[in-house]
Design a binder for this molecule. Structure first.
Ligand code: ADP
Length: 190
């Protein structure tokens, strides 16, 4: 794990998969799989707040006091604090309840809204974790397909500053699921 990666080009932007820890990424922004309260938690959320320090939590508090809880499928941006990434984009994925149509749409929206926010802020590079496939229980094979299709369609449809999207996948099972989903989308056999 660590240096294996897979890459495709979509409308002149690079889309790649790597195994690793998103808190170490040096892209302009990293995306946090947050919860609606934006006060940190377990999984990647906890790791990002631990590595980035209190400035991120303070910025989240201000957002919550201004606009209330962040609904699933939406995204907000804060400083990256002590992280190598300048910004953290916080989004909330759906909790898996068996896969009604709303769940896939909310998951796709979490990716799309994060990328829109990156583009609004003229960012060039963004790293994503596998949203909703930890504590939120979304099956990773399904989530991988939805995640990749959402990113690919955003890059194809929009004129955007975003030229590099990296999925940083924490464990080998998750990495393998994304590699398979990308291969399926591109019609290749692994
Ligand atoms: P959710 O609540 O959206 O399911 P989790 O944080 O529980 O979010 O899990 C989402 C994914 O993030 C899981 O695949 C988990 O293994 C992964 N993850 C946990 N820590 C990190 C990290 N430091 N970097 C990248 N991915 C991570």
């Amino acid at each position: 794990m660590g240096n294996e990666s897979r890459q495709v080009t979509v409308n002149r932007a690079g889309l790649s998969l790597m195994a690793g820890d998103i808190t170490r990424q040096a892209t302009d922004a990293i995306v946090n799989a947050a919860n609606s309260g934006l006060m940190g938690g377990g999984g990647v959320d906890g790791a990002i707040h631990r590595a980035g320090g209190s400035a991120i939590l303070e910025a989240c508090r201000q957002i919550i006091s201004r606009q209330g809880r962040l609904p699933p499928g939406e995204a907000v941006i804060t400083t990256g604090g002590n992280l190598r990434a300048k910004y953290v984009i916080h989004t909330v994925g759906p909790i898996w309840h068996g896969g009604g149509p709303g769940e896939a749409e909310v998951l796709a929206s979490a990716y799309r809204e994060s990328l829109k926010l990156a583009a609004t802020n003229r960012l060039t590079s963004v790293s994503f974790p596998s949203i909703s496939t930890g504590v939120y229980g979304y099956p990773v094979d399904k989530a991988a397909r939805i995640a990749l299709e959402a990113v690919i369609s955003f890059l194809n449809d929009e004129f955007t500053s975003v030229k590099e999207v990296v999925f940083v996948l924490f464990d080998s099972g998750t990495f393998d699921a994304y590699v398979s989903a990308l291969a399926e989308i591109y019609g290749k056999k692994e």
